[in-house]
Design a protein. Structure first.
Length: 167
């Protein structure tokens, strides 16, 4: 089966452009899953529902890659998950993103995306480590504060008193 996934960021935007593109691709309307949520949100209920429903041999189609993935890392993880299930992926506007195409060029493009995702992830890790070293060098104490805060100490005192009264 072929499924479409469409997303817009806000409730005042509409999905018509994407849905029309799916219908032109002969995707049945009942096989189109949609979300109205920002791409920065981890939870996309209907995408999750679609991913739990698809089976080996199925294809997920998006109108444009940015309707699906937040980052290269997210895209790569998504493609890896689909590959493990035996599910294909296709982008309508980026025709070079079609995992059904087993040509060497198509494989190269998908692998380039994977390599870029890994580079992006490694750079983020390097930057985070450098920032932590810099902060520590300036005497910044990192992590949650140790001990019980004054606010929580005040809460604890009345509890102790009430326990003494009960005994």
């Amino acid at each position: 089966m072929v499924f479409g996934y469409a997303r817009v960021s806000t409730s005042d935007q509409n999905l018509n452009l994407q849905i029309d593109a799916f219908l032109r691709e002969s995707i049945k309307e009942l096989n189109i899953y949609t979300d109205k949520v920002s791409s920065t949100k981890e939870e996309r209920k209907n995408l999750s529902k679609l991913l739990s429903f698809v089976r080996e041999g199925d294809t997920i189609v998006v109108w444009k890659l940015d309707r699906l993935a937040r980052s290269l890392i997210h895209f790569t993880n998504f493609i890896n998950d689909l590959n493990e299930k035996g599910v294909q992926f296709k982008s309508i506007t980026e025709s070079f993103l079609d995992t059904k195409d087993t040509s060497s060029h198509s494989k190269f493009i998908v692998n380039m995306f994977a390599a870029l995702a890994q580079l992006e992830r490694d750079i983020i890790i390097e930057r985070t480590k450098a920032g932590l070293v810099s902060a520590r060098g300036r005497g910044k104490v990192l992590g949650a504060p140790r001990g019980v805060s004054k606010k929580n100490q005040q809460k604890a005192v009345p509890c102790e008193e009430s326990l003494r009264k009960e005994n």
